[in-house]
Design a protein around this ligand. Structure first.
Ligand SMILES: [Zn+2]
Length: 444
């Protein structure tokens, strides 16, 4: 048995573009639609036959895409049939199941997705404007938060990697920690912690089987190092030497800014390049002469600045030395020598770097001694991901989590008959984040 089909407006149905629905008419700014499935369903409780009972109206906020592919806010009125079970013992009254919206939500699922999508581009208030102020800022915030929470819950239990990477990042908008599988051939992001705190780190560690963790690779953040030392006694901790280099580079940049406030931007950039970057500018062979000229030019500029500004000159020399010390063919005792020299020559210029070397000497050596076998290139890729993220202007920690963790297909592991979450492949996350950045640049 099926209900008599009402006159369907196929043009409007195509514009609405929800397979589940047929649009009857457009009236007072509302798309009025019914279910495209005309069959009377079986009882959802007992499986018995049912009959049409009555129709109820549900209103939704929705969005369609206009010709330019831009989302356009619409009101959707759904005429929902109610069905009554004919089984006298059951006699239940129920509506047909729908897939385009969730439970009692006023928003369609695709509008929720669109709000989450815009989270990286716009502030909550701007998203509200994007949808003509028809949805409130609170709705935007809650939609993103609930969307992320639902996906969090779907992850279930976590797979424990042998090498765990716990790296902190600070952007102009949020501070956060990336938890990743540090095994070279895996390279997956397992979680994003929306703050840098020991409580956060302890809570994520409790999701792993601690007995399976062999090594933890961290950056120089004291909160992380101290928490891991405390929570995972006996597990080898490695402080990634690139994190130390990054710290020295930041201190050097601060010095350049204070000692040479009038330096050209290109000169600042040249000073911050590593020796490898300076020596091997990329280009095709017919550009070799131009490149050589460029390298000579940059080196001359650097010599000029370091010669006329002695404090920058001394710090620059120490930066170059640190690159050498941390390269793969250097001896680890050189790190101690570097620290001793800098402590005498310009201690205030590399204050933090010196402090980290002192506090993390053992952990730095742990990394250092394995560096020829374990590349740990994941660290540099996570830094690249953070640099891309930092280019977006507005996002919250919730949005960041949704974008990193739930935009690509996750990997699962079968362990002892259980299906475990093993994270999202970093390579794919990088790809999709770059695409998102391109979209954002186009819109700007
Ligand atoms: Zn029934």
């Amino acid at each position: 048995m099926s209900r008599p089909p009402k006159a369907v407006n196929y043009d409007l149905t195509a514009i609405l573009g929800l397979d589940e629905l047929e649009v009857i008419r457009y009236e007072d700014g509302q798309y009025i639609a019914m279910n495209a499935d005309h069959e009377v369903p079986k009882c959802i409780y007992c499986g018995g036959d049912t009959r049409n009972h009555d129709t109820r109206t549900r209103s939704f906020y929705d969005c369609i895409k206009d010709e330019e592919g831009e989302p356009q806010f619409i009101y959707l009125t759904y005429e929902q049939y109610m069905y009554q079970c004919l089984n006298t013992d059951c006699h239940s009254l129920f509506p047909r199941k729908i897939d385009f919206a969730r439970g009692n939500s006023k928003l369609t699922k695709r509008l929720e997705e669109m709000i989450v999508h815009y989270g990286m581009f716009l502030s909550y208030g701007d998203i509200k404007c994007k949808f003509e102020n028809k949805i409130s800022r609170t709705t935007v915030k809650e939609t993103i938060s609930n969307w992320t929470k639902r996906h969090d819950e779907d992850r279930g239990a976590f797979y424990t990697p042998e090498i765990l990477c716990i790296i902190s990042f600070e952007t102009t908008k949020v501070n956060y920690i990336l938890i990743a599988d540090g095994v070279d051939e895996n390279k997956c992001i397992l979680d994003v912690l929306p703050d840098i705190g020991s409580g956060q780190v302890m809570s994520i560690l409790s999701r792993f089987d601690k007995s399976k963790i062999k090594r933890v690779v961290v950056d120089v953040n004291p909160t992380i190092v101290d928490t891991i030392r405390d929570q995972l006694p006996g597990v080898e901790i490695q402080v990634h030497t690139s994190a130390l280099l990054l710290c020295a580079k930041k201190e050097f940049e601060l010095l350049i800014n204070s000692e040479g406030p009038h330096l050209y931007k290109v000169d600042r950039q040249s000073l911050l390049k590593s020796p490898q970057e300076l020596a091997t500018l990329e280009g095709s062979s017919n550009e070799v002469k131009w490149l050589n000229d460029q390298i000579t030019y940059e080196n001359n500029r650097i010599s000029h600045i370091t010669g006329t500004k002695p404090r920058i000159g001394a710090a620059y020399e120490n930066m170059i030395n640190l690159y050498k010390v941390l390269s793969t063919d250097s001896d680890y005792t050189n790190l101690k020598k570097w620290e001793d020299t800098v402590s005498i020559v310009c201690p205030e210029d590399f204050e933090l770097t010196i402090a980290y070397i002192e506090h993390y000497m053992e952990e730095l050596l742990n990394f250092y001694l394995r560096r020829t076998k374990v590349t740990m290139e994941i660290y540099n890729e996570l830094v690249i991901l953070n640099n891309i993220i930092d280019e977006f202007k507005a996002y919250s920690a919730d949005v960041l989590r949704s974008k990193i963790l739930y935009q690509v297909e996750p990997l699962l592991a079968e362990v002892d008959g259980k299906t475990l979450w093993r994270g999202v492949p970093l390579e794919k996350v990088l790809d999709i984040t770059k695409k998102l950045l391109n979209e954002w640049r186009r819109r700007r």
